[in-house]
Design a binder for this molecule. Structure first.
Ligand SMILES: [Zn+2]
Length: 386
């Protein structure tokens, strides 16, 4: 089987998150033919696949997910999302780019390598989940500590996520910004709009609070990360009547933050800024406000510094694709955030991401064997075979 045949066998499975829809059966039977020990690890209702070949260190892990986002409005698709179709050199299906192409080519690279170098020292594994596109609670987040507890010690982890921007090999992700959601409610004193002296209007207090938060420079960024950004995405208040001063008003905002900050340091600063602003208001207007604040951390930032893995990946892109990829920490979160805290070098590298999560998602067919070769070349470098 080549990577395109394996990919077609995955793309016709409607593995809408968190259902693997038979993808793991396909991958298990493929890998076991090459001597991989495969295991399905279930958390809640979610299946995860761990497959390993060889023994000991170094251990290189190809990682990712077989679940996909829902196809959305089927009438908008040129051809059905789970009936993979070739047109003009591209393969169209939900999950083609995010990330079944990565899964298929990583599997091929691993089996090609162990066939070609049966005497290699160390081990190679495939780690996949069906819970990446949804809540991501029962996937890599739980599988990592489970494996580490069992003594699995990963040296290098490559996520075959669609990292490329314009052409295959132009971008490697070597980290991600942190992401955190914050909910802030200002509590005032409800009253009649005609009797403002008896009330404290929390919407009026939100103005200076928003200005203070918006003016704050959270960090300047560094050579790997852009400056930390904060975006308020919701503002709500009102008691539903034009003659009532409401008792509370809420804003919700999201931080995308660099490795110079942590969730804890950001939250401390938010508390300080809000408390100071409300204190100033109390001094200037006599109106007293309190607030409630809570946060949800989606992931702390992480960074794999330039080293064995980034160098092997860059060299492989150069020799196979003629590309000099840039290292980037841009984009949204991925499961790599659950792996990096355990210490291995982690990168994300895979196909062009232009159509991910869209109608008519596709991957360039010619890129498939080239991607396999890149992964294979990386293994050759990491195991001293070039
Ligand atoms: Zn993905």
């Amino acid at each position: 089987m080549n990577e395109k045949e394996l990919l077609l066998n995955l793309l016709d499975k409607p593995s809408v998150t968190p259902d693997d829809a038979g993808c793991f059966d396909v991958i298990e039977s493929y890998l076991s033919e090459f001597g991989f020990q495969t295991e399905i690890v279930t958390f809640g209702a979610v299946k995860n696949l761990w497959a390993v070949h060889g023994n000991g260190q170094p251990l290189t892990v190809f990682a990712g997910h077989v679940d996909v986002v829902p196809p959305g409005d089927l009438s908008k698709w040129t051809t059905p999302p789970f009936a993979p179709t070739e047109r003009g050199g591209y393969l169209y299906a939900r999950g083609a780019a995010d990330m079944k192409a990565g899964v298929a080519t990583m599997c091929l690279a691993a089996t090609n390598f162990v066939t070609q170098y049966p005497d290699y020292q160390g081990s190679i594994a495939i780690m996949l989940t069906a819970d990446e596109e949804g809540p991501a609670h029962d996937g890599i987040k739980q599988l990592m500590p489970y494996l580490v507890e069992r003594g699995v010690n990963m040296d290098y982890v490559i996520f075959g996520e669609p990292s490329s921007d314009k052409v295959l090999g132009d971008t490697i992700k070597n980290g991600r910004r942190g992401s955190m959601h914050v909910h802030l409610t200002i509590l005032g004193q409800q009253g009649h709009v005609a009797y403002p002296d008896l009330a404290a209007n929390p919407i009026h207090a939100l103005g200076p609070v928003i200005t203070r938060l918006a003016d704050e420079i959270w960090c300047q960024g560094n050579e790997y990360f852009p400056a930390t950004s904060k975006q308020i995405w919701e503002l709500s208040g009102g008691a539903g009547a034009s003659n009532i001063i409401p008792g509370e008003a809420t804003i919700r905002f999201n931080f995308r933050f660099s490795n110079q900050l942590s969730a804890e340091t950001i939250i401390e600063r938010v508390h300080t800024l809000v408390a100071e602003t409300l204190q100033t208001l109390a001094t200037n207007t006599g109106k007293r406000y309190t607030y409630d604040l809570y946060h949800e951390l989606a992931g702390e930032p992480f960074l794999t510094r330039e080293g064995d893995l980034t160098q092997a990946m860059q060299a492989a892109c150069q020799s196979v694709l003629g590309q000099s990829p840039k290292l980037s920490t841009g984009g949204g979160t991925s499961d790599a955030r659950f792996v990096a805290p355990f210490g291995p070098q982690v990168v994300e590298f895979g196909p062009v991401n232009a159509t991910i999560h869209q109608v008519d998602e596709c991957v360039k067919i010619d890129d498939l064997p080239r991607l396999t070769q890149v992964y294979q070349r990386v293994l050759m470098t990491l195991y001293g075979k070039n």
